[in-house]
Write a protein that binds this ligand. Sequence first.
Ligand code: NI
Length: 218
Amino acid sequence: MKKLILSVAIAGTLLSTISPAFAYEQGDWVVRVGMTNIAPDDSSNNVNVAGADLGVGVNVDSNTQLGLNFVYFYSPQLAIEVLAATPFSHDIGLDTVGPLGNTKHLPPTVSANYYFSEPSAKFQPYVGAGINYTIFFDEKFTSANTDAGFSNLDLDSSFGLAAQVGFDYMLDDKWLINGSVRWIDIDTEASFDLNGAAGSVDVSIDPLIYSITAGYRF
Ligand code: NI
């Protein structure tokens, strides 16, 4: 019996050294590339021009771009992740009226992710929290709105919190598939001119961001 237990123990040790090490290790880097979709959960107050409430708000549509993640593991459980992407482009609409304009933005986000990893698990879920800085650029009105006298559209940068849940699914000890859903607090004030009068509207974009990526560990 003792012999049997010993053989099982040895076989177990051999198996665990042979099976790929899926668990992350301190010093690991992971680069992920894939699709990232930003779906705004937008709301706004009413557009204001020269102190007058126009009685309508604005809305922001969704957009998908190439997403990039850079991840560094400080320990098998704790990783720092940077979210980057090609510029997102969102149409802005004037509620019940129609298209208003368009803006591009970049939402770089730095997160600390906590992994619930078991040493040999292929499925590695995590939760994360971080901070986001969103830079808007190329803001412009549609030509119809420009003709109607709108000009100088400008959206303030936004600084806010981010939270996420996600998973890495290890295909082998190098390659993985990742899925994540994040929420980012993005709020901005849009300012503009309408035939010489100053206008503005506060917009809460607060998107959910869905990513499906392929990753490589080194
Ligand atoms: Ni918000």
